[in-house]
Design a protein around this ligand. Structure first.
Ligand SMILES: [Fe+2]
Ligand SMILES: [Fe+2]
Length: 292
């Protein structure tokens, strides 16, 4: 019997050299990877604490990813390259060529296609989709069309993207600032018409959710770092920390997905909103070495 492909999907690490508020959880995730030896680790973005312009945090996050004792791939999140131009919240730093360049300098690529065993994995830079004239958006669009076209119709595909495609239903237009807007959603999925797209895994919301819709599985991985927002804010999924342990079927089980939430029982359930409320912004919180 062909062995399953085991993929750990870890996301929203929110790492920082001077504000290592979630470093304890990252150490525990690294330990788990070392012990469990997945075939691959996919990192779902938001690897830096908060500021897409903080070069030191990008360098630090890269060093932390290099500690992963398994093959790994990474896609960027909104804190790594800036927010989506059209749907990103007001007052947020938006993605641009310079911010994307910073990411590429540290991490090499922001979208990719990888054949692993009998599956094809595709990673996307969610922040540049429907990028309002951004050259990188066109580049990625061409890449996605080619990546889908070169994948045989019966080969299972898994898509990794930082943000959820939607919150309540696929045709919704109110994105609440939390997910891809309608046009971005449609543009992202268009190349996969007629293909065997099995699941989409995302991060960003720091919540766990797994549901099927029109033959496609949507899996929201929680953050390894923290949960966010006060407890009375509307929540769509489970408000926990952790990550996803995927077992992807091959051979006679080709296309079968088993996934489980790992870590809620051993990671610290940090709550980022407490520090945000105290200091107004996490980047204004005191660096650890200045504390009394
Ligand atoms: Fe995040
Ligand atoms: Fe995010």
């Amino acid at each position: 019997m062909t062995e399953d492909l085991r993929i750990a999907f870890v996301t929203d690490l929110h790492l920082s050299a001077v504000r290592p508020y979630y470093q304890d959880n990252w150490e525990l995730v690294l330990e788990w990877i070392e012990e469990e030896k997945p075939d691959l680790v996919v990192v779902g973005g938001d690897v830096v604490l908060s500021d897409p312009d903080d070069d030191a945090d990008h360098a630090f996050a890269r060093k932390q990813l290099d500690r992963i004792t398994a093959p790994w791939l990474v896609i960027p999140g909104n804190h790594d390259v800036g927010e989506n131009i059209i749907s990103g919240g007001k007052g947020q730093k938006k993605v641009d060529e310079a911010r994307r360049r910073r990411w590429l300098d540290h991490f090499g690529q922001d979208f990719w296609r990888n054949d692993v065993g009998e599956w094809t994995l595709i990673g996307v830079n969610a922040q540049i989709v429907n990028g309002d004239g951004l050259a990188a958006d066109e580049e990625q669009k061409t890449f996605l069309a080619e990546a889908a076209a070169m994948t045989p119709d019966d080969r299972p595909i898994a898509l990794f993207v930082h943000k959820p495609l939607f919150m309540d239903h696929p045709s919704e237009t109110d994105v609440h600032g939390h997910c891809l807007e309608l046009d971005a959603r449609r543009q992202l999925l268009a190349p996969f018409a007629g293909k065997r797209l099995v699941f989409i895994a995302c991060g960003h919301k720091h919540q766990y959710r797994s549901f099927g819709m029109d033959g496609l599985l949507h899996i929201w991985a929680p953050a390894t770092s923290s949960i966010n927002f006060p407890p009375d804010v509307k929540m769509w999924g489970l408000r926990e920390v952790g990550f996803i342990d995927f077992s992807l079927g091959q051979g006679e089980r080709l296309g079968r997905v088993r996934q489980r939430l790992v870590g809620r029982d051993f990671l610290f359930r940090h709550e980022s909103y407490i520090r945000n409320l105290e200091y107004g912004d996490v980047m204004k919180a005191p660096p650890v070495d200045q504390r009394g």
